[in-house]
Unconditional design. Structure first.
Length: 219
């Protein structure tokens, strides 16, 4: 973000509205990302972007379900290189799974951090190991297909391709304003980019279960 940029009155009003809506929707504001969106895209562009992101998210949820949609968004962001979106959406998927199933998902925002240090081939191998259980095979197939689409090496066509392409393109657009100086996020500082972020009781139980599982696992 350019330090010299100062929002005008209309932009400040819009930003305050975006901060409030985000806090109400997901329990956190993402102030730097919202500010960068307004700086880069202007008020109309930001509103158009926000409406499109919500539309694409609803399409993904309708086709794949809410949990899978969040994992797909997070991993699309990983392929593109955005830690902010990767951690926030993968964490959302993991917390939603925990709230629904009462158990930890093998993919979470800490696993995602490891993926950032890997090659494309290593990412695929890691995901195949993490998602090897039968209940995760659908997610694995979708993620690998999306990765093929991202690398432009996908063979044939799948009915799911338009949705996966929309996911990739939406978060390519997002990263124009989320991969900039000053916008950082780690698994330790992440919050879900999803309304589940307002469910503090589930978040506390999720973090407690994750810590207990980590302490119980062999070094």
């Amino acid at each position: 973000m350019r330090a010299e940029w100062k929002p005008n009155l209309a932009e400040r009003v819009v930003l305050r509205g975006l901060f409030l809506l985000a806090r109400m929707a997901q329990g956190s504001e993402a102030r730097l990302v919202a500010t960068e969106c307004v700086r880069v895209m202007g008020i109309r562009g930001t509103l158009r972007y926000t409406a499109t992101a919500l539309k694409v998210t609803k399409l993904l949820e309708g086709e794949f379900g809410g949990i899978t949609a969040q994992f797909l968004i997070g991993l699309a962001s990983l392929f593109i290189g955005c830690g902010f979106c990767t951690y926030g959406h993968v964490m959302a998927g993991a917390v939603l799974w925990f709230r629904e199933r009462g158990e930890l998902h093998p993919l979470d925002h800490y696993v995602a951090r490891d993926l950032f240090e890997m090659t494309d081939a290593e990412i695929r191998e890691k995901l195949e190991r993490q998602l090897r259980q039968p209940e995760h095979q659908r997610l694995l197939l979708l993620v690998l297909r999306m990765h093929d689409l991202y690398l432009e090496c996908a063979e044939g066509t799948w009915p799911e391709d338009p949705y996966l392409e929309a996911c990739l393109w939406m978060w390519r657009w997002t990263t124009e304003c989320s991969i900039v100086d000053g916008i950082t996020r780690t698994p330790e500082t992440s919050t879900p980019n999803h309304p589940v972020g307002r469910d503090r009781a589930t978040l506390e139980r999720f973090e407690r279960a994750r810590r207990e599982a980590r302490s119980a696992s062999p070094a």
